[in-house]
Structures are given as C-alpha cells and as structure tokens.
Ligand binder design. Structure first.
Ligand code: GLA
Length: 388
C-alpha cells in the first residue's frame, strides 16, 4: 500500500484549542484536563470544538531505544491516560513535534525518529499532530513533511497532520496531499495591526496575517482536507471585543482552522460568546468548503465574500480604521460578485437575497441599500439566502 495522508479528517477546518498562546511552556496534565472540562462546560464542545492540543514542551528525554517520553513531572500519569481522559469527554487530543532535531523551545524533535514517534503517538491515542519547522537548516521541507505523513500513515491511527512551516517554502504549492492544513505566517500576536520584530523573525497582528499572502491569492490552494492556517487565535487574550469579533469572523470566513488560544477556564462571557457564535462557525464549517475572498478594499473598508452551500453567501464588512465607519452598501451598484477561482457568482440585478446579521441579529434584503455604522476595528457579517 502506498503511503498517503488520512482522508476525511478535515473536510472542514479543525475546531479546537491549543496551549501555546496563553501558556507557552507551562503545560501540565491537570491544566490540560481542566481545559477539556472547560471546553465542555463553556458550550464550546456543543458549538463544534473538538481538539485539545498540547503545543511545545510536553517532552522528556528519549529512552535507551530512542522512544520519546513525556516530561514525568508535568505529565505524571502519562500521555495515554491523558488521551483517555480527553476522549472520555468526547474530545480529541493533539500533540506537537518538529521536523528538526529540536523543537522551537529546544526539546527533542522528530528528525530521524519519525516512524518511531508516529507509532508512539498512535499508541498513546493522539488525534492531531502539529509539526513545526525549527532547527531544519538544509532539510527539504517537502521531504521532511512527507516522511512524517508516511510515518503517521504507517502507524495506522488517523491523526490530523497540521503543518507549521510558517509559509517560508510556500506550502500551499505542495502540501495538499501531505497535510490537512499549513501555516501561512510566522506567529500571531494579540494586537490589531502590529509587527513585533524579534531580530531574525517577527510576530504579527491580526491584519498583518490577514494581508500577508494576498499577493499569491492563497485561498485558491485551499479546499476540503487542506486548509490555510492563519495561526491559533488570540480571542480573549487582550484585544478589544471589537477586535476579537473581527479576528474570529475573519479566521472563520477565510476557512482557517479555528483553534482558540485563550484560557478557557477563566474567559469572560464576552469572549465565550464570540468563540461560540454558531452562525459564524457555520460559515467556516460550510460543506461547500470555499474560502472567503477579498471583494473590495477601499480606505479603511474591506469586504470579504464567501460562497456557501445552496446558493447562500456570506458578506463581511471590516472597518480597519480607528474611527466609526459609516458606509452604505448599494447591492445594485456593486451588482457583480464573481469568484473566478471557484466558479461562483452573483448578479444583484437579477438575484435577490434576504440577509441576516450574524452578530447583531438584524435582517433585511438586498432590494434596499444596507447602511452600516461599523465601530473602530469591528465587523458586520451577513448571511445571504436566495429569495424563493
Ligand atoms: C513556533 C510555532 C508556534 C509554537 C512555538 C513553540 O514558533 O510557530 O506556533 O508552536 O514554535 O515553541
């Protein structure tokens, strides 16, 4: 049997939580269990979230046979017991490794141990592997990620394979048959439009990541089973509610995996309401699997559109600016919407839709112009349904 990636694991983008953005290296089994509990109690599981992902720093040393072990102090019960616990909650467990000899935080990477590690993860009951790109000088990325894909396949347990290569080698050109998603950027930072320069690398605000791969129109490479990963979310990690709403809506509409990165045990009601907005999540999880596209960018206004199943569409109006934006959208004026890459279109001169606003919950139709007052850094998101 030739090696391949596991099909059917990401027909729509993954929904979950990851430890890195809030906890960095401070991971341990009680915190992870509490996060699984919180995912259920907060309503996130009911809203569709599934994965509890441990990022870097869970590792101990390799044993005499080269088998990777957990850090005994942080995970005294072992990874198998933790996976059992997470599974008992109806959730799935994710783990992290790296294509080089060491991870980004300096723990053992999988280089030269790919088949052995994949087997270990399968035995532990792991469901998701994020595979990073530190310490990989002179390694061919296609080869390295293909090796781990093949190793996972050989190990036999369906494990979602999340490529974390930051977009350095344009994974959108080669990763469709290798992984279920690929990062398109360096690491996110909880700010609206900043760049934090660390010398040889930068962390990026929400708008920076949103715009980063515009020139290659990265959406065209994504589809069921293989998604652009805009990085784990910073909702609830210090931005304003408007910024969090926009961040969440944008990640949803471009079909990024929606991986929360906040402390689910202590989040505010506002944060929880954003992360569990089922109508926004439904855009991301729409079975058609077509990522949203940039339709208009004029000054501070940006409009994204996304074709949905059954002739429905999503429209997202983003105010990138620092003042409230008054804008009237005349559907008949902007009558033509064409998604040439995926072959969908609207002609508002012929097609009428009713719409529903997914944050404020108002409704209307496309016969009349839509007048919006979008607060600074906020969004208006509409779902359009064809009129019978
Ligand atoms: C890299 C990744 C991050 C995180 C850290 C862990 O920076 O891009 O998402 O996994 O490593 O060390």
């Amino acid at each position: 049997m030739s090696a391949q990636k596991f099909e059917g694991l990401a027909d729509t983008p993954a929904l979950g939580w990851n430890s890195w953005n809030t906890f960095a290296c401070n991971v341990d089994e009680s915190m992870i269990k509490e996060m699984a509990d919180a995912m259920v109690e907060s309503g996130m599981k009911a809203a569709g979230y599934e994965y509890i992902n441990i990022d870097d720093c869970w590792h101990g040393e390799r044993d005499a046979e080269g088998n990777i072990q957990v850090n005994q102090e942080r995970f005294p019960s072992g990874m198998k017991a933790l996976a059992d616990y997470v599974h008992s909650k109806g959730l799935k467990l994710g783990i992290y490794s790296d294509a080089g000899h060491t991870t980004c935080a300096g723990y053992p990477g999988s280089r030269g141990h790919e088949y052995q590690d994949a087997k270990t993860y399968a035995e532990w009951g792991i469901d998701y592997l994020k595979y990073d790109w530190c310490d990989t000088e002179n390694i061919n990325p296609i080869g390295a990620y293909t090796t781990m894909r093949d190793a996972l396949h050989e190990a036999g347990r369906p494990i979602l394979f999340s490529i974390c290569e930051w977009g350095d080698n344009q994974p959108w050109n080669w990763a469709q048959d290798i992984g279920h998603s690929w990062r398109i950027s360096g690491d996110i930072y909880p700010c609206w439009d900043c760049e934090l320069n660390w010398g040889s690398w930068s962390s990026w605000g929400v708008l920076k990541i949103l715009d980063m791969r515009d020139e290659v129109r990265v959406r065209q490479y994504a589809g069921p089973g293989h998604w652009n990963d805009y990085d784990m979310m910073e909702v609830g990690n210090g931005m304003t509610p408007a910024e969090d709403r926009s961040h969440f809506s944008l990640w949803a509409i471009v079909n990024s995996p929606l991986i929360a990165g906040n402390d689910l045990r202590t989040m505010s009601d506002t944060t929880r309401d954003i992360l569990t907005n089922k109508e926004i999540i439904a855009l991301n999880q729409d079975p058609l699997g077509v990522p949203g596209m940039k339709y208009l960018h004029a000054g501070y206004l940006m409009i994204y559109v996304k074709p949905l199943e059954n002739g429905e569409w999503a429209f997202l109006f983003l105010n990138r600016g620092d003042e409230t934006l008054k804008y009237t959208h005349d559907w008949q004026h902007h009558f033509e919407v064409k998604d040439d890459q995926f072959g969908h279109s609207i002609d508002f001169n012929h097609d009428s839709f009713t719409w529903r606003r997914l944050w404020e919950k108002g409704s209307g139709d496309t016969e009349k112009p839509l007048t919006l007052n979008i607060p600074a850094h906020d969004v208006a998101v509409l779902r359009l349904t064809p009129e019978a």
